[in-house]
Design a protein around this ligand. Sequence first.
Ligand code: NDP
Length: 296
Amino acid sequence: MTTVAFLGLGAIGRPMASRVAAAGFELTVWNRTPGRAREFAAQAGARAADTPAAAVRGADVVITCLSTSHNVAALLDGPDGILAGLRRGALFVDCTSGDPSTSARIAERLAEFGVAFIDAPVSGGTSGAEKGILTVMVGGEAAALERARPVLESFGRKIVHCGAVGAGDAVKAMNNAMLAIHVWSTGECLAALSRAGVDPKVALDVINASSGRSNTSENLFPERVLSRRFPRTFRLALLDKDIGIAAQVAREQKIASPVLQLTAELFRMAHAELGEDADHVEAVRVIERLGDTEIK
Ligand code: NDP
């Protein structure tokens, strides 16, 4: 029986951990806000631990799903930290949408303790996590991915080895950069059309049968912008983090990337204006404010 420790029961971590428990793995959870771990454990038939060290003690596979790679790195040390409980030979799977250089540092650190690391960020949103159909993009040794695969399959449908440690993070950041670009550009286009007197519902009907369509135009705008519901499933703060990582990767690789750099700036601005609790699609509120036009 593979025992799993899952650290980080946020918007996406929680349904992922649910799938791990439902797949029959023996599961221990830890969350910074302990009430969430206790409540989850009672509901999912898992064990809640008081500290990261206690959560990972004896685990075969440790999964983290925190806001940033820096949050993961900060949990390693100290008497209650992950390294104090981790057993030699365990496997560390970081499902955080992280940054490649921090992941590389974490992997090096864990290697000193005889623990293999893969970065395994996910895509597909909270609903994809609930259904167990996430895409998982993996960086690290292929053999480590194969060891993790049975657990990853509890929440992932498409599991892809992208390359060495950090490659999963890099692909994830670029995917989300494209999401950010879609959200912002779709917002600008529809605001202009609304101001010009075209019903945005009619405009989306056309676009979604034409070459400008995307998941953003097909799903996010009808469900969230036109409805003015803006449910919070993926925080704007996290998309700001992701596009920042993408812009940094492009800079490091010396790729001319004016669109990535500008989009990073726009999402930094939107995050500063709308705060920590806004959903990512609410970035269009900034476009609406600047243009004094509501897309509806
Ligand atoms: P949330 O903001 O909902 O939750 C963040 C989680 O990280 C919580 O468990 C939080 O604990 C914990 N956390 C934050 N900071 C720290 C810290 N310093 N130390 C310990 N724990 C910390 O985020 P999501 O669940 O939405 O996202 C998690 C990761 O998954 C992010 O990297 C995100 O980019 C990525 N992701 C999210 C998707 C989504 O649709 N939501 C989709 C794909 C990827 P606490 O409960 O105490 O706040």
